[in-house]
Design a protein. Sequence first.
Length: 105
Amino acid sequence: MSAPFDLRDLDPQEISCRLTDTTRHVLTIGGLVNRLDESSAMVNTTLEQLRERWAAGEGKIDDLRALVRESARLRTLAELIGEEAQAIARDAESLPWPLPPLSGS
């Protein structure tokens, strides 16, 4: 466990910058998650259409290509989310933990 510390020993500007950076990363992750949801829905729709077309004997290679493209987008979005999460972890590691409770808490 880390030794106790006084928040007054920390540079307020540094804390503010780190919290701003962390907030930016969290907002970026939120946007990426929304895009991931949209892309996931697109994959599900494409997959359903693919099943219907192939069941009706109308399947085409372009249907498979569309599914592969959307799947690649999902993978890319997941990787971007992972990178942002790692940035948050790096920011968090540079602050002393555990943070003391706020005064009046």
